[in-house]
Ligand binder design. Sequence first.
Ligand SMILES: NC(=O)c1ccc[n+]([C@@H]2O[C@H](COP(=O)([O-])OP(=O)(O)OC[C@H]3O[C@@H](n4cnc5c(N)ncnc54)[C@H](O)[C@@H]3O)[C@@H](O)[C@H]2O)c1
Length: 369
Amino acid sequence: MAEEPVRPVPRTVVVRAGSITYPFAFDSGQLNRTGTWREAVDGARTVAVITSRPVAALFPEALRAIAEAGARHVVIEVPDGEDAKTLDIVNHCYQALAQAQFTRNDLVIALGGGTVTDLAGFVAGTRKRGTRLVHAPTTLLALVDAAIGGKTGINLPSGKNLVGTFHQPERVVADDTVLSSLPARELRSGLAEVIKCGFIAEPAILDDLPDPARAASQQSERYLRLIEMSVRVKARLLADDVADRGPRRHLNYGHTAGQAIEMASGFTLRHGEAVALGMVYAARVCELLTGTDGIVSDTRDALTRVGLPTRLDATVSFEQMWELMRQDKKVTPGRPSFVVSPRPGTATLTPMPEHTTARAAFDDVLRPG
Ligand SMILES: NC(=O)c1ccc[n+]([C@@H]2O[C@H](COP(=O)([O-])OP(=O)(O)OC[C@H]3O[C@@H](n4cnc5c(N)ncnc54)[C@H](O)[C@@H]3O)[C@@H](O)[C@H]2O)c1
């Protein structure tokens, strides 16, 4: 039976990142309200909105509300998608901020998906050794993951997210109405990170997955529940491990292989699609290391329910994936840094699988037919 489109009540998750706390503040429709931005601007003379052209075209009302919030404002348009995450674009943003005579008290607003929050976070975190930042995520993936925790990332030709810093936003303006314009493929991509949270910490998530082929507005309560559960998982894991040296690493589940596959595919795969494949791969590695069955089938079952890929059909070879995996900045040879989930709701770190196991897992579950 179709769920009624219920207008949810506002709710806030307080994110603690070491000594810093900030609200992940949910409220439907708040992106377009001047009041939201008046509160966020709080004393800044200038506001710089970093966004891409397609996102700006989708959210003219949000840009208007920001413009009316009382500060001088500039919009810095950057390329869409991964093309934004380059050092050239970082430099372009620095120059635009300099032209706007931007000071440390001024505010950067990231309006967009995870590529925009990664770029804007890096720009804000590095210009003048740290400038104020507010995230306004517009994709499911950015809502549940990229906009919280303060990780920023810029790609180099040799690997994804190889340049970055930690820089926390002052708040996350979370508005689920952004989901209504997201294509099903982008919803699925975000659901990969949601499913990841189910496997590493919160198995209830796996029992409550939406149907991305149906309008998000018809399932808004379910999406809100999933966003909140996922944000709580991330907030719990990063609270005492901002620098990613302990439990926060569990959030990398599926990412060691996933990011390598994403890059090797030339970004033809969405981030979440690659993470989905990375989870299937990690599941097989876990089966090979522990002699247990059923982890791959559980993983494929959850991913298939939302239409995510569970087999690789892009032209990515084991050698390409392996080389990129070994360059992952989070991987230290001989030290536990590869995340496995032996059963839904649990995660543990093991050393990177050695070459024979790594290849066997690829051949078993990923090798294109
Ligand atoms: N920093 C972190 O902790 C973290 C965590 C996870 C992922 N990431 C990064 O996030 C990036 C992926 O983010 P993403 O999937 O949001 O990609 P994205 O930013 O490229 O957005 C995907 C596409 O959706 C479009 N879009 C954005 N909002 C829309 C809306 N409301 N309606 C319709 N279309 C919309 C964009 O124009 C873009 O083409 C990757 O670079 C990944 O490395 C970072």
